[in-house]
Design a binder for this molecule. Structure first.
Ligand SMILES: [Zn+2]
Length: 73
């Protein structure tokens, strides 16, 4: 299940990464702490998380991710 994981950087701002596998790396290949704060992926579309708080690399990777119905050959 895809979830969001928080990274607390030195700039104090929290950055949410998109993590397809709870025990794996984020879409931007960053490995986040297993005890990192987690939120459901649906929160990314809500009002709780600003777009600027979402990891831009994760967002790009998600947009580029091939859809199951869009099989390129
Ligand atoms: Zn990321």
């Amino acid at each position: 299940m895809t979830t969001l994981k928080a990274e607390f950087g030195v700039a104090t701002a929290v950055l949410w990464h998109i993590v397809p596998d709870a025990n794996g790396a984020a879409l931007c290949h960053r490995l986040l702490s297993s005890i990192a704060e987690v939120r459901p992926m649906t929160d990314a579309d809500g009002e709780d998380i600003e777009v600027s708080q979402l990891c831009p690399h994760c967002r790009t990777a998600l947009e580029r991710a091939p859809r199951e119905t869009d099989d390129q050959s």
